[in-house]
Design a binder for this molecule. Structure first.
Ligand SMILES: Cc1cc2nc3c(=O)[nH]c(=O)nc-3n(C[C@H](O)[C@H](O)[C@H](O)COP(=O)(O)OP(=O)(O)OC[C@H]3O[C@@H](n4cnc5c(N)ncnc54)[C@H](O)[C@@H]3O)c2cc1C
Length: 377
């Protein structure tokens, strides 16, 4: 009987976290397979503002967003329905790049050194120190280690009976690209009753509009158009946007059941990276940087032991859990806290007044939810 190949690492999910991890590990000689359910390129619901903290690390992986046409962004504007405005220069800055382009850029690079298959993973079994991974078409793969990079919510989370999946989540998000006259150096966050909408330019010259809102707010309206016109447009900045902007997509992309509940970075010996380890509230604007950073954390800890030809699973698990908590836990907590304040009319108004009086507070908040530049691989 033929013995099937055993990969060093199988990565499930090829978003920014999975692609970065596959690229990092396979370039150092690790035998990696990435399993992704969708082919590239594809659009994703995302604000598409990426914090510059990832630039040095991406450069070390030979990924150069700015020379690929990403739009440098240095200013943040926040407004509310009363047209109160806050403006600040972003301490680190960032860039605008569509997920359509960004994920594909990483995919094209990682496939030079890593295996990839396009299938949906159904089950992951851990037995006798090995993993058996079965896809929905009943193909089986074997691995010594598995990395879960399957994003915010996946069939895999249900199979693993993860805690967050048992609780209903009240958030949904909508995203589309538009033709609209908008300053290239700015990311705007316009709040409205029950949510907020981010606007920023991408490499196409189009403006990405992506909003997050609660089901309770959304369900009072007849659909996306009605919601945009009769709820979001109470903010004069969004009113102007939706009256003048010309849609580029045939229809907006939507996702539901978005959970910001805490998750465990390791479940059933699977190392979770990116959103599958924890999703930060998008108003903090750095979930993508965290996805990339967590891929680096895992890759470096794995390679440290791999060099010696012997990996102690227990030590790797302890080290990853500690490093993950040390690097991200506080940021996620701060994100949840700010989200709560912003979604309550009274505290949001007090917050706007406070920040207008003490503008340096806004930079303190940004620093608390963002990292520092991630060092090279
Ligand atoms: C509304 C909204 C706006 C946001 N705006 C921003 C922003 O402006 N800036 C920012 O930095 N972050 C933002 N984020 C966060 C950011 O989008 C995520 O943090 C980031 O996409 C995480 O990347 P990931 O690789 O972990 O997950 P994903 O990019 O979601 O990738 C997961 C991949 O796994 C695949 N997959 C899932 N299940 C399976 C399976 N069973 N088998 C095979 N493949 C599977 C999926 O197809 C997918 O490609 C936003 C999030 C939301 C919800």
């Amino acid at each position: 009987m033929a013995i099937s190949r055993i990969y060093d690492v199988v990565i499930i999910g090829g978003g920014l976290a999975g692609l970065t991890c596959a690229l990092h590990l396979s370039r150092k000689g690790v035998d990696v397979l990435l399993i992704e359910k969708n082919t590239y390129p594809h659009h994703k619901v995302c604000g598409e503002y990426v914090s510059n903290e990832v630039l040095p690390y991406l450069k070390s992986l030979d990924i150069h967003p700015l020379t690929e046409g990403a739009v440098p962004i240095s200013s943040l504007e926040i407004t509310n329905p009363n047209n109160k405005k806050l403006h600040t220069e972003l301490p680190l800055g960032g860039f605008g790049l569509s997920r359509y382009y960004f994920d594909n850029l990483l995919f094209e690079k990682m496939k030079e050194t890593s295996d990839v298959v396009f299938k949906t993973v159904d089950t992951i079994l851990f037995q006798k120190d090995f993993f058996s991974i079965t896809t929905q078409d009943n193909t089986n793969f074997r691995a010594k280690f598995v990395v879960g990079a399957h994003g915010k919510r996946s069939n895999i989370d249900r199979k693993l009976k993860r805690n967050f999946i048992k609780q209903k989540s009240s958030w949904l998000a909508v995203k589309a690209h538009y033709k609209y006259d908008f300053p290239a150096d700015t990311v705007a966050l316009h709040t409205f009753k029950g949510g907020y909408c981010g606007l920023s330019k991408t490499e196409t010259g189009g403006v990405n509009a992506c909003y997050l809102t609660t089901y309770n707010s959304f369900k009072k309206f007849k659909g996306i158009e009605d919601f945009q016109k009769n709820n979001m447009s109470e903010n004069p900045n969004l009113n102007q946007f939706f009256s003048e902007a010309i849609p580029i997509f045939d229809s907006p992309l939507t996702i539901g059941q978005i959970s910001f509940q805490p998750k465990k970075p390791i479940e059933n010996h699977i190392f979770m990276i990116g959103d599958s380890a924890g999703l930060i509230h998008p108003l903090c604007g750095n979930g993508m940087a965290m996805a990339i950073h967590s891929a680096k954390l895992f890759s470096e800890l794995f390679l440290k032991q791999y060099k010696n030809n012997k990996i102690d699973r227990n030590i790797l698990e302890k080290e990853y859990e500690n490093q993950w908590n040390y690097t991200f836990s506080k940021r996620l907590k701060t994100g949840r806290y700010i989200q709560k304040l912003l979604m309550n009319d009274t505290t949001a108004n007090i917050g706007f007044s406070l920040l207008n009086t003490f503008p340096s507070l806004l930079n303190t908040i940004i620093n608390k939810t963002h990292g520092t530049p991630i060092k090279n691989a």
